[in-house]
Design a protein around this ligand. Structure first.
Ligand code: SAM
Length: 244
């Protein structure tokens, strides 16, 4: 439901500093010696990063399962290629040099098979040596459950947002995630909810599955947007893979 309203989702997450993010992607590509021509934003939503990427002259592919999100980015970013597809079952027309998936969207997997299928698709999408940046894997499983609230306002639209995670089934590693946006759009009020049950992946499980799939080198878990490997859990982090 929330994802059917791209504009409201975009306002709720407008605090993101996309310039800083793309600077960091460029830093990583220099460090690992890859030239970037084209970038893939996986589970892009309204793609907070698209404007900055296109401004810097890169080619861009935007991929999301939600029809409204894809229609929104097609209109807003006509220079990008927008694809409505499942990230566990897609094939691009060409290849890219750098791919990213933000805001913990990598967790939108029902089971390990989904993750392996996702890596198979990503392997075909990336050139040799290409990087896959995965933001906010859930490393902090000790304090996983919790709720966050925040407010944003733009163009007369006020959004009161909340995001909550609960453990649904410990044995099957299933989490319940819910996002609620209370919207006041120039006086018109509505409440949008998005909830889903997801498979929780533990850090060592990610590493095993990446090794099993076989096409990527696991470069590490890193501190959020810092070139610093993590030795312990952290809520905000990224995992970096390199296509062999
Ligand atoms: C948390 S939002 C992230 C949006 C954006 N990347 C960001 O950082 O703001 C998650 C997005 O994942 C998309 N999504 C969920 N499951 C998906 C799947 N299997 N394949 C592709 N996109 C998916 C949703 O439609 C939604 O737009």
């Amino acid at each position: 439901m929330v994802y059917d309203y791209p504009k409201y989702y975009e306002i709720a997450f407008s605090f993101i500093d996309s310039k800083k993010q793309i600077d960091f992607f460029e830093k990583l590509s220099n460090k690992y010696g890859i030239g970037i021509n084209k970038i893939l934003d996986v589970a892009c939503g309204p793609s907070v990063q698209a404007e900055e990427i296109l401004k810097r002259g890169y080619g861009l592919v935007l991929l999301d399962l939600n029809k409204s999100m894809i229609e929104y980015v097609k209109i807003k970013y006509p220079k990008a290629e927008a694809i409505k597809a499942d990230m566990c079952n897609f094939k691009l027309k060409g290849t890219v040099d750098f791919a990213f998936i933000m805001m913990g969207s990598i967790s939108y997997m029902k089971n390990n098979e989904d993750f392996l299928n996702h890596l198979n698709c990503m392997s075909k999408a990336l050139n040799k040596g290409g990087l896959y940046f995965i933001e906010n894997t859930r490393l902090n499983w000790k304090g996983l459950e919790g709720k966050q609230n925040w407010d944003e306002e733009k163009d007369g639209i006020k959004i009161d947002a909340s995001y909550e995670i609960k453990v649904e089934n410990e044995l099957k590693q299933i989490l319940f995630e819910e996002m609620i946006l209370k919207v006041n759009d120039n006086g018109k009020k509505r409440v949008l909810k998005e909830s889903i049950s997801l498979k929780h992946m533990f850090p060592e499980e990610y590493k095993l599955l990446i090794e099993k799939q076989g096409d990527f080198d696991f470069l590490g878990f890193f501190d959020h947007f810092k070139d610093k490997q993590l030795n312990d859990s952290k809520q905000f982090n990224f995992m970096l893979l390199k296509k062999k």
